[in-house]
Design a protein around this ligand. Structure first.
Ligand SMILES: *Cc1c(COP(=O)(O)O)cnc(C)c1O
Length: 338
């Protein structure tokens, strides 16, 4: 399965043991409600993000929920809602319009360049035109795979200030970015309307654990406290995420392996005459197919499931282990050779 950008490596055995131990210890006090401030976890997330991005973050700046979908819902409940508007720039994560609908907000679809990149001046102009209450930038973007330069985030933020718009940068795939690419986390200082979201679903191989989080000004996390349901993060979730964070280094070794396969996909797809996009994520979007559905079906008949996207002649494939990547490339090559 190379269709939903999960990590295809199994959770490493020492991480499984650590999670089991931490969850067992949490089980001893499950008669009590969990720490509603999830203080231990927030400190660990702040320390991890500080190491990962070089930005200096503290626990008061961190918020978490059951997946970044809940975190995004909290953001929209606090800053959007009925009669307000949410803007993003398709092709991008298909959940954004659904999150907007879920809080009865209007959804505004911005536009991108033909090659799906975003230009700072153009993004700023679209925000000035529509004055949304919340604007979501996705970097690296799903499904295109490419990161935004911080000049784009900066231009969006400057335009957003004029309409009191909150700017959210969804960095779900942040750990997979190419060397030298800076995270928007490094822009948080002095920007009270900026929010950067992350998840443990991708790089931490914890999609089933449901832990999404964000970093922002402490006033933002205070606003999110007003909309969350009491005790929204279970003691089991807090325990599992804490144990995974203690093993971040082990898990990031798999991230490095996945990045090697990601770069290999881009190189080999180009060598086949297809058009892959540069990727900062754990997946690659590629075009140049006469009949994308037929290619997708051929792969499926070979037991390989990738993602059909709403872009003609294009498919998206998750970078898996080396053997999975080899099987995918061989099957696609046999399809192209008829
Ligand atoms: C996978 C993904 C997420 C993660 O969602 P979770 O609810 O944390 O599993 C968020 N944003 C984008 C763009 C994604 O592709």
């Amino acid at each position: 399965m190379l269709n939903v950008n999960e990590t295809t490596y199994d959770v490493p055995a020492d991480v499984v043991d650590a999670i089991a131990k931490e969850v067992r210890s949490a089980a001893e006090t499950l008669n009590r409600y969990p720490d509603r401030e999830f203080s231990g976890l927030r400190h660990k997330l702040a320390a991890y993000l500080t190491r990962e991005s070089g930005a200096d973050l503290d626990a008061r700046q961190i918020w978490a929920g059951n997946g970044s979908n809940e975190v995004m819902q909290h953001i929209l409940q606090a800053f959007a809602g009925p009669g307000r508007s949410v803007m993003s720039f398709p092709p991008t994560y298909s959940m954004y319009p659904l999150y907007a609908r879920g809080v009865y907000s209007d959804y505004i679809a911005g536009t991108r360049s033909k090659d799906f990149t975003q230009d700072p001046g153009d993004v700023a102009a679209q925000i000035r035109e529509h004055r949304p209450h919340v604007v979501i930038l996705c970097s690296p973007n799903n499904p295109t795979g490419t990161s935004l330069g911080l000049d784009v985030v900066e231009a969006a933020y400057e335009a957003a200030l004029e309409s009191d718009t909150m700017v959210v940068v969804d960095e779900a795939y942040g750990e997979f970015r190419q060397p030298g690419t800076r995270s928007a986390l490094t822009m948080l200082a002095g920007r009270p309307r900026l929010i950067v979201t992350r998840t443990m679903s991708k790089a931490f191989a914890l999609a089933g654990g449901r832990l999404g989080y964000l970093a922002a000004a402490p006033a933002v996390t205070d606003a999110l406290r007003l909309v969350r349901l009491p005790y929204h993060l279970s003691a089991i979730t807090q325990a599992a995420a804490t144990a995974a964070l203690d093993h971040a280094e082990t898990l990031m070794a798999n991230v490095q392996r996945i990045k090697v396969q990601r770069d290999r996909l881009v190189a080999e797809l180009a060598a086949m005459g297809l058009s892959p996009y540069p990727s900062d994520a754990n997946f690659v979007l590629f075009g140049g197919l006469q009949d994308a559905h037929a290619a997708w079906q051929h792969l499926l008949d070979d037991g390989i499931l990738i993602r059909e996207v709403a872009i003609e002649g294009h498919l998206r494939v998750t970078a898996g282990t080396e053997p999975e990547t080899t099987d995918f490339l061989n099957s696609l090559r046999s399809y192209l050779n008829g």
